[in-house]
Design a protein around this ligand. Structure first.
Ligand code: PEP
Length: 248
């Protein structure tokens, strides 16, 4: 049985005071009845504090990015060991904004994924096609290319730790949510590709999230899809009322 995961991605948003207000509101709610696994990928500077603030909630705190090397002269970067040393165990890898604005190549995504697995972090691997790729009918081959490259040298006994976030680039932050059936087809494609790379068992058990303009009014339809196990939510995870609606 695959778990349902509701993940938020705060990107480069929220001062510490805003995060504190968010946490105060969360802590006032009884979310013990919610069944999903819950995580917020927060900016690095606040990870430790947010972890403490949300300690009594069911919400895990994850990191949005890490460097592919263990340590060294990489000014401004954060390492896997640093993240682990403050009790963070989940990491977003290959978000399309990292690929687009920070030139993160498939090779770098692969290096980060391998390091995350080696360090026993749970990687949330983001993949997705552009609108041009979708209209050109190459969605599946684009996803396959990203997956094969990202998973190069990943040992099969490590593969079950990976969570995949399918995020069509044209749907991220645009308000253009994918049609739920189309998102389901893409996630089924991903599961088939995972079976080709690893095996059927890994594919059947892999948690696959959909991300791209998810909000409280479309989440139910998306979660009702057979191949979609959860969501990765950017904009709608910033407002506490909207985030609580997503969890509920
Ligand atoms: C994201 O940041 O991964 C994302 C899906 O953003 P949004 O929900 O705002 O489209």
């Amino acid at each position: 049985m695959r778990r349902t995961v509701i993940a938020g991605n705060w990107k480069m948003n929220k001062t510490m005071m805003e995060a504190e207000l968010f946490s105060d509101s969360i802590n006032e709610y009884d979310l013990s009845n919610t069944k999903s696994d819950q995580i917020i990928f927060a900016p690095s500077y606040m990870l430790q504090s947010l972890n403490i603030l949300l300690k009594s909630s069911r919400i895990e705190v994850g990191c949005q990015n890490m460097h592919q090397y263990e340590s060294g002269a990489y000014t401004g970067e954060i390492s896997a060991d640093m993240i682990k040393s403050i009790g963070i165990t989940s990491i977003l890898i290959g978000h399309s904004e990292r690929r687009q604005y920070f030139n993160e190549s498939d090779k770098v995504v692969n290096e980060k994924l391998l390091l995350a697995l080696e360090k026993n972090l749970t990687p949330y691997l983001c993949i997705g096609e552009t609108l041009e790729e979708r209209t050109a009918g190459i969605m599946r081959s684009t996803l396959k290319n990203q997956l094969v490259k990202a998973c190069k040298n990943v040992k099969i006994n490590m593969a079950n730790k990976i969570i995949i976030a399918y995020e069509p680039i044209w749907a991220i932050g645009t308000g253009c949510v994918s049609n739920a059936e189309d998102a389901n087809i893409a996630c089924r494609n991903i599961r088939e590709i995972v079976a080709e790379i690893f095996d059927l068992d890994i594919a059947r058990n892999m948690i696959i999230l959909y991300g791209g303009s998810v909000n409280p009014s479309n989440i139910d339809e998306i979660l009702a899809q057979s191949e979609i196990d959860g969501v990765l939510v950017g904009g709608a995870s910033l407002d506490v009322t909207s985030y609580i609606s997503l969890l509920k």
